[in-house]
Design a protein around this ligand. Structure first.
Ligand SMILES: NC(=O)c1ccc[n+]([C@@H]2O[C@H](COP(=O)([O-])OP(=O)(O)OC[C@H]3O[C@@H](n4cnc5c(N)ncnc54)[C@H](OP(=O)(O)O)[C@@H]3O)[C@@H](O)[C@H]2O)c1
Length: 192
């Protein structure tokens, strides 16, 4: 069954980018590209991806001549977006706005039974989570604190820890998304 997974790297204090959208703190970390929880293994079973406009802008700015994703990709934005050609070909990039439920249904249809990756940012992940469409969070924690930045998931949820692995500088924790924080549920629900 198709799962929606938030696979991301984060600082110890829960930021996926600094206040200027820099990832320099992340890209200098020691990692074994073929080691535990590696990206190549993860992406093999991903059939469609979705990201917010800031994340898309970061990718375009840092890798203007490349598009690494060969599966359909959605960019959430309220603005017009020009889809650039890469090596003379337009990548399969689709622009969407508003409710994420429709985007989710389109992604499932496009993914051919594979999983879906919500790349970020945190609020976009929260939009899927609020609709109970998020299944898993896989967070690789870098040994860094930033004090401020783009939060990993700025909402109140419970998750269940499923697995922990180390890859050089990183601890990767895999969680099942449970739902709203127990303390926020009506008393009868929270008791169950
Ligand atoms: N550490 C990591 O592994 C990792 C992973 C992913 C991202 N990042 C970084 O983290 C930062 C995330 O930035 P961010 O927090 O600003 O989040 P973002 O989700 O990348 O971008 C937010 C923007 O997405 C658009 N958007 C989101 N939901 C929408 C909806 N339902 N309908 C229409 N538009 C929607 C809006 O763009 P408009 O203003 O255009 O409408 C919004 O301003 C970036 O710097 C990124 O590079 C890091």
């Amino acid at each position: 069954m198709t799962r929606l997974i938030y696979y991301t790297a984060t600082t110890l204090d829960g930021f996926i980018a600094d206040p200027d959208d820099s990832l320099d703190w992340l890209l200098r970390q020691d990692i074994d590209e073929q080691g535990p929880s590696n990206y190549d293994e993860f992406i093999k079973n991903i059939g469609a991806i979705v990201m917010g406009r800031t994340t898309y802008d970061w990718i375009r700015a840092h890798e203007p001549d490349k598009w690494y994703y060969d599966m359909p990709a959605w960019v959430m934005t309220s603005r017009d977006l020009e889809i650039p050609k890469v090596d003379g070909v337009k990548p399969d990039l689709r622009v969407a706005s508003g409710s994420v439920r429709e985007v989710y249904d389109d992604m499932v249809a496009a993914a051919g039974g594979k999983d879906l990756w919500v790349v970020g940012g945190g609020d976009l992940v929260g939009q899927f989570a609020d609709e109970r469409l998020l299944d898993e969070v896989i967070a690789s924690i870098a040994p860094v604190t930033l004090g401020a930045g783009r939060p990993i998931l700025p909402r109140r949820y419970d998750l269940e820890l499923l697995e922990v692995e180390q890859n050089k500088a990183f601890v990767t924790a895999r969680y099942r998304f449970v739902g709203p924080l127990k303390e926020d549920l009506p008393a009868a629900d929270a008791a169950g």
